[in-house]
Design a protein around this ligand. Structure first.
Ligand code: ADE
Length: 242
């Protein structure tokens, strides 16, 4: 996968792309990152990329020209998914990350200022993504979140130990069960006995039940789309009756 990022602050990405799993992914050749400062494409003497809004009002608007020219230059002969980060976009999800991980080229546009000239949205962008209902100072942090969620899904990037199959949201759409590691007794706080019993079937049942209970208490709205096991369906029915 090739990932292009258009940003006025390319230096924000260096630490993220050069650390941990995102770095491992590029070392493996699963992904390559290319960050471009689209100010370099501004065709005016002062290299300005923003301007006053038509009709008046507060704040500045990102001009179409530098963005169109940068996208043209980076996509000659290619048709990437072009993702605009903004609070108005669809809220990011594991499902969206899985969808994007199937592509071979993604281009992220990170804006600042009050907004983007609407023609950028209409003529270049294929997807608008928000990472939540709050306002950031720019799209960079949001792009990093989306990129992280996509790159870890690329084949070979996660070893078996941290396989994405068991993640919250991949786990039948339920939250994950609790995890414990050694020691079995830490300052008098004990690991649930079933986990140290070595009885795999009982452990599996305990995990399915904890996963269901945790979802019911923390994120009940996830149950609507969850893919429950037969016994989870039964437990849920029992809970509803009570
Ligand atoms: N830009 C500013 N706020 C944002 C958000 N919540 N998600 C994505 N991009 C943004």
């Amino acid at each position: 996968m090739r990932i292009d990022v258009l940003s006025l602050f390319p230096e924000m990405f260096t630490g993220v792309f050069e650390t941990s799993i995102l770095k491992k992914a590029s070392d493996l050749g699963a992904v390559s990152y290319h960050v471009t400062n689209f100010r370099d494409f501004a065709d005016n003497k002062h290299k300005t990329v923003d301007d006053y809004p038509y009709g008046g009002g507060a704040g500045m608007v990102l001009k179409p020209q530098p963005v169109f020219d940068a996208v043209d230059a980076l996509t000659v002969g290619k048709k990437p998914r072009v993702i605009l980060l903004c609070p108005q976009g669809e809220v990011h999800s594991q499902q969206k990350a899985e969808e994007l991980s199937q592509e071979d080229h993604l281009l992220f546009i990170c804006g600042h200022y009050e907004g983007y000239d609407e023609r950028i949205r209409e003529h270049i962008v294929t997807d608008e993504i928000s990472i939540g209902d709050y306002v950031l100072t720019g799209g960079e942090l949001a792009a990093m979140v989306v990129i992280d969620s996509v790159v870890r899904l690329l084949p070979g990037v996660l070893g078996n130990e941290d396989s994405p199959v068991q993640d919250s949201f991949s786990n039948g759409g339920l939250l994950e069960h609790p995890h414990y590691t050694r020691p079995a007794d830490f300052r008098g706080m004990k690991v649930p006995e079933v986990l140290t019993s070595g009885h795999h079937e009982n452990i599996q049942e305990w995990r399915e039940r904890e996963s269901l209970n945790r979802t019911i208490s923390r994120r009940p709205e996830l149950l609507e789309k969850a893919r429950l096991t037969d016994r989870q369906k039964k437990w849920l029915e029992e809970q509803k009756k009570q």
